[in-house]
Design a protein around this ligand. Structure first.
Ligand code: GLA
Length: 384
């Protein structure tokens, strides 16, 4: 996205040039789904798609927010009036960040903000996190708050959990704030310790495709929260702080203890095996064997479909079709119930695979999916 253009629109809207322009990316998650609110492991990487913000400070307690993607002029709010649950529109995300920063004791008098995004919304690619993180980073720089990326991510998560009211984990915001080009981020969501894992598929003759089903989902609508509550219940039944504390080697014993509580058994089995899959993918990548991660991704899909039960027919169709057409591995990515799938493939197989997926959607009379290649891209940054 052209930062020059975003700055020009800001100048037209607000009558003076912005003090700066920032960008924060969307993400895909390679492996580690619904593990973040269980204190577990995740492994996202940043997309080239970004939300860009042109921002200037104000000293008069006013916050003006404008988005290129929403019709109408800037929305004007008073920072003192910002209150959790008071806003059900898109402005809750950036306003929630201002609220969270002020709650944490940072003196922010106000700001003018203009936003533009290339991150598809509702596609499970973290457009909300990109929006939160870009605003947090801009304010961090302009008001010289000196907060590191992981701390901005925590504040953005608080904005989303408390201000917007969506009970999400910490993965998406950390990915947007901390990812690096050419790498996937191995993140321990318990203490936010992280390791950048080189993930350059093009070098090895492979590609990772994102297939957006164009089926919309919403985290604030019950199912995500139900899974989260179910996992917390499972941890309580097993007497641990979080499911992360159930070692993979002790999974069978833990399942035994849950007896015929089928619901708890399924959720626990997914989370414990998924953490193990993340560790397996890390060691395969670190030992230079990226092709071998394919089956691990596919195993992850089966677990999300059968145990966690958050897939949908469109996502299953992508995975089945991709595997039948020779993909190395495939799985849904993100929160589930729609959104996107990822497909790992040999470069030479990409055209045939894409065709096969498109044909399968057409045959099932579904809206054509959007297919693009995902290249691990940089995290949030200042553009000018
Ligand atoms: C959404 C949430 C994340 C994470 C994923 C599932 O993207 O925002 O915190 O829980 O779902 O892995």
């Amino acid at each position: 996205m052209e930062s020059q253009h975003v700055a020009e629109v800001f100048t037209q809207l607000y009558g003076s040039e912005p003090e700066g322009v920032w960008a924060a990316p969307g993400r895909v998650n390679l492996i580690g789904e619904h593990t973040d609110y269980n204190d577990g492991f995740v492994m996202p990487f940043a997309l080239p798609h970004v939300t860009v913000a042109a921002v200037s400070r104000r000293e008069d307690g006013v916050l003006r927010l404008h988005s290129q993607d929403v019709p109408g002029g800037p929305v004007e709010l008073r920072v003192e009036d910002l209150a959790p649950g008071s806003d059900r529109t898109w402005t809750a995300y950036p306003a929630g960040v201002v609220w969270a920063l002020r709650e944490a004791g940072h003196a922010l008098a106000g700001a003018d903000v203009h936003l533009a995004s290339t991150v598809p919304s509702g596609a499970g690619l973290s457009s909300s996190a990109a929006l939160e993180v870009v605003v947090a980073l801009a304010l961090n720089d302009l008001f010289e708050l000196g907060l590191p990326g992981w701390q901005l991510a925590r504040l953005c998560q608080r904005a989303e959990n408390v201000y917007v009211g969506a009970p999400t984990g910490i993965m998406d915001q950390t990915a947007s704030a901390c990812c690096e080009s050419g790498h996937a981020l191995f993140l321990d969501t318990r203490d936010l310790s992280q390791r950048q894992i080189p993930f350059d598929l093009a070098d090895r003759g492979m590609r990772l495709l994102v297939v957006d089903t164009q089926v919309k989902h919403a985290h604030s609508d019950g199912e995500y929260g139900k899974r989260r509550a179910g996992c917390e219940r499972g941890a309580a039944l097993l007497g641990v702080d979080a499911l992360r504390d159930v070692p993979y080697a002790e999974l069978d014993a833990a399942l035994e203890r849950l007896g015929d509580d089928e619901e708890a058994r399924r959720l626990v089995r997914h989370v414990v095996t998924e953490d193990e899959r993340v560790e397996r993918v890390v060691s395969l990548l670190e030992s230079g064997d990226p092709r071998a991660i394919g089956p691990v991704l596919t195993e992850g899909h089966a677990s999300l479909r059968d145990d966690f039960r958050i897939s949908c027919p469109e996502l299953d169709l992508i995975v089945e079709t991709a595997l039948a057409a020779g993909a190395l591995g495939a799985r849904m990515t993100g929160g589930g119930f729609g959104g996107s799938a990822i497909v790992l493939a040999e470069e030479a197989d990409v055209p045939a695979l894409t065709k096969a997926i498109e044909a399968a959607f057409a045959a099932a009379d579904l809206t054509p999916p959007r297919v693009f290649e995902a290249v691990p891209s940089p995290g949030a940054r200042r553009l000018r």
